[in-house]
Design a protein around this ligand. Sequence first.
Ligand code: UD1
Ligand code: CA
Length: 448
Amino acid sequence: MTSTPRAAIILAAGQGTRMKSPLPKVLHPVGGRAMLDHAIDAAEALGCERVVVVVGAHSPEVRAHVAKRLGEDCIAVQDPPLGTGHAVRAAESALADFRGQVVITYGDVPLLTAADIEPVFAAADGVAVIGFEARDPGAYGRLVMEGDQLVAITEAKEASPEVLALTACNSGVMAAPAGLLFELLAEVRNDNAKGEYYLTDVVELARRRGAPTRAVFADEDAVMGVNSQAELALAEALFQQRRRVAFLAAGVTMPAPDTVHFAWDTEIGAGTVIEPYVVFGPGARIAPGARIRAFSHIEGAAVATGAEVGPYARLRPGAELGEKAKVGNFVEVKNVRMAAGAKANHLAYLGDGEVGAKANIGAGTIFCNYDGFFKHRTTVGEGAFVGSNSSLVAPVSIGAGAMVGSGSVVTKDVAPGDLALARGQQTAKPGWAARFMETMRAKKAAKS
Ligand code: UD1
Ligand code: CA
């Protein structure tokens, strides 16, 4: 099967001033991933062999972000921004040698997936757009249809009252053969209400040549664009809702799904229980049949089957919990592998190291991993027992089956099977407390 090559042009040259944020609009995250990356993900999932992002001269951060992910040759600069048609033309030279279909999407439409976009390619033997039925058509371009033929897209500012009354609107996504697209764009003028080069004008220009023009329709939520913080929050809410529905359908048990917050790449296996108020940052992988208890925060961490986390636990990047491992309340784990059945049940910081199978880390244990300049590793062997309130000063290793007495500050390695005690000696003064209290009581009685 020979399929037509695909390219994507992602528009991201707008100013985004309504965000009122020092961070460029398209770099704001939804589900812990920049909106622009969601758009690039969709383009890549569609099999686009070329992806060009059109950036403005005003946002070097966006440029740097694209350069890092896709490379410099995937950037087109539009300066100054003179409209959506002008923006697409800015990508022409980057696609000069490309023959195939081009899809145009926006960097500020984070919920649009490859599956939503796919149908537009089948309609793009000429110019095809993705439309939607708008609850409130407002300022959207209106799709003037004749049957399934798209006659024109009319921007709200240019629309007659009859056209303004139409509810079929332009999402902004358009696909067309590359050659046709750039030929038509060369004919677009800016003699309109905004004085801009409208991409949407290519529809009428295509019809004048007898090229087919069609619309396919998508769900309004899927095509929503983000222009303000309120819309960003709404996109996040929709994103979270989709993830919740998907995880429940995949067999994850969540008694209070509305309180659980996911990242774009969160993985959770079937039969795992996620209790209320759990937050996943990027990079969390939870196996089937684990339990994440309430109020835990998990990011960049892996949790195996039968393991239990929380309540109130924090797993940071590099935390790896083996089968049936347990991390309890107020325990923070960072860059530590805990082997099968290892436990840290209460109030601990485990940073940079390893805990062997079935080892037990007592309440209040700290891996002192940082000397103010460098990080060091702590190793606790299989079946070792670290008594409560111990400080393990890294680099240090506790051998397999060794014990550390409660309250120890361990600065030297402990051999397998040994007991380490590193704390003040206890002395006893027989009867001292009883005599002391008696004297003090007598003094107090004399005063009153
Ligand atoms: C555009 C469409 C409208 C559609 C709406 C959907 C045109 C003329 N109008 O209108 O039919 O209903 O989107 O949201 O295409 N951008 C650039 N460079 C520019 C101008 C825009 O990169 O010079 C980018 C923006 O960053 C944004 C996208 O293009 O991501 C859309 O621009 P915007 O100004 O929001 O278009 P609308 O006027 O809303
Ligand atoms: Ca817009």
